[in-house]
Ligand binder design. Sequence first.
Ligand SMILES: [Fe+2]
Length: 163
Amino acid sequence: MTDDALKTPTDIKSNAAKTVAEALNAILADSFALYLKTKNFHWHVSGPHFRDYHLMLDDQATQILGTTDAIAERVRKTGNTTLRSIGDIARHQSIEDNDEEFVPAAQMLIELREDNLKLVEKLREAKDIVDEAKDNATSGILDEWTDLAEERAWFLFEASRNA
Ligand SMILES: [Fe+2]
């Protein structure tokens, strides 16, 4: 197998497609990191609003995981390769893990809101790169992912008001 074996044909210029792929792979890594942190907090949340938070975090984790396949496949459709392992995620993620033994519920909501807003920032940066490359399909789907991340940040903000 040569280096070209996984080069899906595309009319997007290869330099531009590569920059798009780098931006998308970073978003993919952050999505997996955020997915697992959201699940971590879903599993370990405690206190008076347990049921509300437990269920909300599960909804959000499902939503995040639901975006990952399409992110990776945009990279493949535009002729590049995507992430292959947990190690690959760790090398690309910018959202930090939280391995604390105990995190108060209010802190969980604040931290996840900030992480989702970080993801929104990344999505906006990717949007510029993608538009520059004239990758219309990725551009359109980035808008959807941004809307979802903003929705999660909104829910986390409202839920944390009384926390
Ligand atoms: Fe669960």
